[in-house]
Design a protein around this ligand. Structure first.
Ligand code: D5M
Ligand code: FE
Ligand code: ZN
Length: 487
């Protein structure tokens, strides 16, 4: 974006930060810059002018006051900006904050970070206010409460459940009796490495649980939206199973050139397009993948992605995170798609590249974006959870306040100094992909959205019996979920 600063600098105009950021959000910043320069010159701007945000406001007012329709046309980019004022903020992006030296010390600090964040949330519950360190538990205590991380889960021969719970002082075995039906059922959804609170009684070497607590989420106050957001993921450009025709129809729709009148009205209202990973198919992701690739070079895959995403109208803000097929580090949190692999994509000025996961504010709507790799582990570890019902998995992850609680299974997690996959801030929207099957649910006021795929069933998915839902795009239309079909 230095070209904008350069353009002004050549005219002797300096841009204040705020004005620069607003300019950057414009549909067509280059043309708008030219028009602003003309206006400043026309108003007799001196040799050195500082373009402030207030000056931009004044320039809009000038545009508003113009009566002659031909003049309104001339002020095109400015009036576009007036209609589309973006209030886009990045709340968390770990791209630059995420680092690890790979030492065992990091692992300890990683779990300490996870434990202390989640314990702070659990401590707010009245039942856990007086929790004690595990090492301080005495025999014969009637009622105790503890908070710990689950190291292991087993079922005994008599079908009771045993949890090994650890805090920074020690470890204890928690027993969940199968006669306590409700609690036993709840304990079926527990997974290794999550942080829970337990209320119970100390009996010998064990704590017999009477209640189990998750950090949990409160019901949130829903926020009004006067705009729409479209969600996609798992485009898999470069694969022979990428559904280019469906994707092209989707682009035509978002540009206002396709669909029924109602669908076109929705398209006109869409300000943001969120892309939750697997933009390209990548290379060497699974054995035998090259046989299914049409584009066998990662740079060329992103070049093709840039061609397609570049067709989207440029007053659409596109927010993009990587998935397990993209060229980022594979361990989560994954930094943004690296520019060195995706230069042509980076030349699109309306795309924001963020980490997986990331949290952004779209005009005040907090949106947590996560590709969803951990769903494989959740579906495998918990009875009743499956790829088809990723909405239920999202519910579970929100209650656990962690996007990928299980360490050391299929989801590679980087043991950072901090655990960036803890959900410390409750979002209005949780958007995921990866499973290639659309799902939607509103849970405690939070929109849980899985955006399916633009890839038809692969050989790999046939083996796992995964039947994708293709070319179906969820759109949050002023707070109401609409699923649009492009396949
Ligand atoms: O994931 C495509 C689909 O394949 C999605 O439904 C998840 C599933 N998948 C991917 N990897 C695994 C493993 N390792 N086990 C089980 N299921 C898996 P994609 O990331 O696009 O390849
Ligand atoms: Fe995918
Ligand atoms: Zn994936």
């Amino acid at each position: 974006m230095n070209e904008i600063i350069g353009k002004f600098a050549r005219e002797g105009i300096l841009i204040e930060d705020n004005a620069y950021f607003r300019l950057k959000e414009m549909g067509d910043p280059a043309t708008a810059s030219s028009e602003i320069i003309v206006k400043i010159k026309k108003n007799g701007g001196g040799k050195f002018t500082l373009l402030t945000s207030e000056m931009l406001d004044d320039l809009f007012e000038v545009a508003e006051e113009i009566e002659d329709p031909s003049e309104i046309k001339a002020a095109g980019p400015i009036s576009v900006l007036r209609e589309r004022k973006f209030d886009f903020r990045v709340i968390t992006d770990t791209s630059k904050r995420s680092y690890t030296s790979g030492e065992i010390g990091d692992m300890i600090s990683y779990f300490n970070s996870r434990f202390s964040c989640l314990r702070d949330l659990l401590k707010r519950r009245p039942e856990l206010k007086s929790h004690v360190p595990i090492a301080d538990l005495r025999g014969g205590d009637d009622a105790v409460s503890i908070i710990g991380i689950i190291n292991d889960i087993r079922t005994t021969k008599n079908n009771h459940r045993m949890l090994e719970l650890e805090d920074e002082t020690g470890e204890i075995t928690v027993v969940v009796h199968n006669e306590n039906h409700k609690l036993f059922e709840k304990s079926e959804k527990l997974v290794r490495d999550e942080v829970i609170g337990v209320q119970g009684a100390k009996k010998g070497r064990f704590v017999v649980a009477s209640e189990i607590f998750h950090p949990g989420v409160p019901r949130i106050q829903e926020k009004e939206m006067d705009f729409s957001v479209a969600f996609i993921s798992d485009v898999h450009i470069g694969s022979e199973t990428f559904l280019e025709d469906a994707f092209t129809r989707f682009i035509k729709w978002i540009n206002g050139d396709f669909g029924t009148e109602e669908q076109m009205n929705i398209a006109a209202d869409v300000k943001y397009l969120v892309v939750a990973g697997d933009i390209v198919d990548g290379i060497g992701i699974y054995p035998g993948q090259e046989k299914e690739l049409i584009i066998k070079d990662i740079h060329e895959q992103y070049e093709e992605a840039a061609r397609l995403f570049g067709e989207i109208r440029d007053d659409m803000k596109i927010v993009m995170i990587p998935g397990n097929h993209d060229a980022s580090r594979i361990a989560e949190p994954q930094p943004a798609i690296p520019e060195e692999y995706a230069e042509p994509l980076y030349s699109l000025k309306n795309v924001e590249f963020l980490s997986n996961p990331s949290m952004v504010s779209l005009d005040g709507i907090k949106t947590l974006i996560y590709h969803g790799r951990s769903f494989d582990d959740m579906a495998m570890s918990v009875n009743g959870l499956s790829h088809e019902r990723s909405d239920l998995i999202m519910e579970e992850l929100l209650e656990k306040r962690h996007l990928a609680p299980i360490y050391g299974e299929r989801t590679p997690l980087a043991s950072e100094i901090e655990d960036h996959l803890v959900i410390d801030d409750v979002p209005h929207i949780l958007h995921t992909g990866h499973v290639h099957i659309n799902s939607y649910k509103k849970y405690k006021g939070i929109h849980l959205i899985n955006s399916g795929t633009f890839q038809s069933q692969t050989e790999f998915q046939k083996i796992y019996n995964i039947v994708p839902t293709c070319g179906q795009v969820p759109v949050l239309n002023r707070g109401v979920m609409k699923l649009l079909e492009f396949s």
